[in-house]
Design a binder for this molecule. Sequence first.
Ligand SMILES: [Zn+2]
Length: 570
Amino acid sequence: MELLIKNGAVYDPFNGIAGDKTDISIKDGKIVDKVSSSASVIDAGGRLVMSGGVDAHSHIAGAKVNVGRIMRPEDTRSGIKPRTKITRPYTGYTVPNVYAMGYRYAQMGYTTVFEAAQAIMKARHTHEELEEIPIIDKGALTLFGSNWPTMDYVREKNMDKLAAYVAWGLLASRGFGIKCVNPGGGEMWGFGKNVTGLDDVVPNFDVTPAQIIVSLMKANEMLGLPHSVHLHCNNLGKPGNYKTTLASMELAKQVKPSKDRQVLHVTHITFNCWGGTNWGDFESKADEIANYLNNSENVTTDMGQLIFGSATTMTADGPVQYANAKLLHAKWANGDVELEDASGVVPIFYARQVSIHAIMWAMGLELALLTKDPYKVLLTTDHPNGGPFVNYPEVIALLMSNKKRQEEIKTLHEAVHKRTKIPGIERELDFNDIAIMTRAGSAKVLGLLDTKGHLGVGADADISIYDIKPDQIDPSVEHAKIKSAFQSAAYTIKGGEVVVKDGQITATPMGRTFWVDATVPEEQTEIMMKDIRMKFKNYYSISLANYMVQDAYVTHPKVVKAGVIPVEVS
Ligand SMILES: [Zn+2]
């Protein structure tokens, strides 16, 4: 299996290549120095070549995605494509079926996607769905922020037990990293309440959100996990929440990273850079967040860009979803995951003439355009919260063209002029910036740069070729061409195999599921497990034997080793 991609205009920021005509050699699914003369050849003909896209935050599998499908039968009527010889049927837009998830990502040139939230108790379901998503590599982040054992160990200041619990929780859920959603708030939602700031005390546990975040960051670094803590901040969905977001970012200063990456990833900033005190004086403070990022290390973010039209909000933040449902008079599903967290699902429609939606549209773009280093802001829509992932090409076009932004602004509620900075921002990102925000940066944030997000020797042969000749196009003017090229890759190559040609799926290999096996001293696990067995006996509705994700659920695993005792990455 040898393949040579010739004459590509390659953008590979991690290796310092910005549009140079470079050949890429592939053998046995990996990028190599050179191939033999019998290799198959793809002539890119001067077209844009990047590594396969990497999405660090999307909701593609698990209980809440399925609740979204149940709540929105109308969604299945859009985007229908019947079965072909190669593909199974596609359905849905905001909550597409599992097959469409894999096909549509691959058609955009994406090859790796991480599900951003799974409760350990629901992880079997997550993996059952991940197993059905074709083509892409994937993984899932595990919720620890409103979890009883976490809060017990934070209160006891017992970092050894907390690290052992996180390691065990990742094993139990076959998870990739620590997700923390409205820490403490999910627990309080069980009593119809919420936390209102980083220093509120969670009743019955006597811990604060700030203590939970800092302790989880410390446990994360003790274990040397590839990714950092991935935080959905407290007070999300409330005007004025940018202060909580900045204060949460400030907590990262208390912890030293164990690796060359951030210690805290603060996700979907569109939902937590809100100024004002109520819906009347609601305004964007994305500039304040960007300013903070420009003057700090160890914190990264992603956009969570809003897309006008239908979306389905789904999150472990139970209380915010109750507030959303009340505000919007919308359908509402609420979930409580026993000792672990809460959740909620609410469909939404983002309208151009609704002032709040117009301001939110500006927020993600402001963040990306005002933050100088694109490694600090990943391109996401928090699919399907800000909008479905199929709209990434729209976001790319907006970031690359001020002309397109100004055309859009003309169609929006006038609040976008007074309550955001977007009309006056002239910066236009280039292909290098886009390659960082969708590839190198996401892989770095996830801790996967050894094999993902770049085109150096040893990387996975995940490559996208787009029908754009960078030296012949002005993205600022020809933004429609940019959008359509990124919607429909000329080629997507996954693990050395052509899976998309001219926007059509040509093969559907099974991707792998990344999870982290973190080791701690055995006696540490044993001491911690005494507590866990007690919790199962007294509180859980299921037995421990029915809880763990077994190997049978993850048939194509990619195990990343970590742990208190440092172990080589396998
Ligand atoms: Zn999310």
